[in-house]
Write a protein that binds this ligand. Sequence first.
Ligand code: TXD
Length: 309
Amino acid sequence: MSRPKVTVVGAGNVGATTAQYIVERELADVVLTDVVDGLPQGKALDLLQAGPVHGYDCRVTGANDYEATAGSDIIVITAGLARKPGMSRDDLLMKNAEIVGGVVAETTRRSPTAILIVVTNPLDAMAQLAFRRSGFPKQRVIGMAGVLDSARFRTFIAQELDVSVENVTAFVLGGHGDTMVPLPRYSTVAGIPITELLSKERLEALVKRTANGGAEIVGLLKTGSAYYAPAASVVDMVEAILKDKKKVLPCTAYLEGEYGLKGLFVGVPVKLGRRGVEQILQITLAPDEAAALGRSAAAVRELTDKLGI
Ligand code: TXD
């Protein structure tokens, strides 16, 4: 049986780390592409040479063009510019739209049955752009943000209560960024809602830190943005798809009436399997949660309107 094939576009921090985690878990052969001459080839060769030490046989190929990407099962798009300190995700909008649009055209032509996982910011708008440009069915275009945002929330909850991260599940909805909507009443420690374990004030502080999670790391790194947790989050999605796990994860998906939203990519709980987004799970929101989701969707809509998509 041949291994699945995953193309990772963009051999920067998130892209290269994604490639690394995929082969370390022996999930697929990886093709890594980038516009910078030698960068994807060098990182691919380096990763290949870690294989004997780690004990993986997955092939890793680097390229500056798209020929080697043909017939991919999944295409992960990380190409673009990352945020610098003081720069919002939205500042990236126009530049990254141009990059992602080009990447989608080149890759989908060669892998017409692939599933697209979009990572480039501003995430929700880039997912929508990829959906429109690819002409793919909505099940096969997914944005990564919720897994990361909920991982951050889980980290802070586990730290605060001094419990294992494995005991903590967290639920976030909405767009990636300042308007995301963490849902504490659906976030639990071994099944116990965290609203039972944390004071309102502490909870608010953790929610705030989660929403600001990306900026906190940008502020520390100064020359780039987070990549270990983002790459781990992408690979969780890749694994759920390739292994047809039917795993429920918060992902950015195209809504057609779910949660009262139409024609827009927003973060919601989805079931991920070999066909991509196999189901969108709907829950009843409290009025304040619905209002927060509405505000988040409006922020996404502002960007998609700017792009005319
Ligand atoms: O939660 C999330 N969705 C995110 C998103 C979490 C972390 C990072 N997030 C966004 O992913 C970030 O704001 C950026 O828009 C992307 C990639 O972040 P990364 O940290 O990996 O940025 P790098 O290290 O600058 O890498 C980007 C690479 C770089 O090597 C460029 O040369 C390359 O993209 N690039 C391209 N590759 C292929 N094709 C084209 N056109 C291209 N343009 C740039």
